[in-house]
Design a protein around this ligand. Structure first.
Ligand SMILES: [Cu+2]
Length: 161
């Protein structure tokens, strides 16, 4: 029984490392700084899939709240609205960009204000069995000036859920 378990681990380990699968672009990751009193924020990052099969992000946790959800935006009669989703697909050989006005990791019930320069510990779980841990810096704006920026820093603060 012990041997079988060890063997399974070995097999699984070699399989996942051989296929590489998911990689997070760490420089793309950021959590939005919050104004005082705000209970929600969002985390954005780019996920790359180096495997030949679609992989889905199925869960996210963060050390700043018990309640973290995967969200997207939908266009509802010209109004952009946030909506919870069960997973976010990262296409085979492609990437998923979590960014403002698109898919994002939503954080509720914030206890403390998030300030620029702080770090959030995030764990992502994927349906291929991979988990990824990363430290996400808190920022007021996206890390790259090349992003399609609209300087909408209030995206989540006025949202109703
Ligand atoms: Cu949201």
């Amino acid at each position: 029984m012990k041997l079988f378990f060890a063997l399974t681990l070995l097999l699984f380990g070699s399989l996942t490392s051989a296929s590489e699968g998911i990689m997070i672009s760490e420089e793309s990751a950021w959590a939005r700084a919050t104004p005082p009193g705000s209970k929600t924020t969002a985390i954005y990052l780019t996920v790359m899939n180096h495997s030949g099969a679609d992989i889905s992000l199925t869960a996210a946790t963060a050390n700043i709240s018990e309640r973290v959800e995967l969200h997207t935006h939908i266009n509802n009669d010209g109004m952009m609205k946030m909506q919870q989703v069960v997973s976010i697909v990262v296409p085979a050989g492609g990437q998923a960009q979590l960014k403002p006005h698109g898919d994002h990791i939503m954080v509720f019930n914030l206890q403390d204000q998030l300030k620029q320069g702080e770090l959030v510990s995030v764990e992502l779980t994927f349906d291929n069995g991979q988990t990824q841990n990363l430290q996400v810096p808190v920022r007021k704006e996206p890390p790259s000036a090349n992003n399609t920026m609209d300087h909408d820093g209030t995206e989540h603060s006025g949202m109703k859920h």
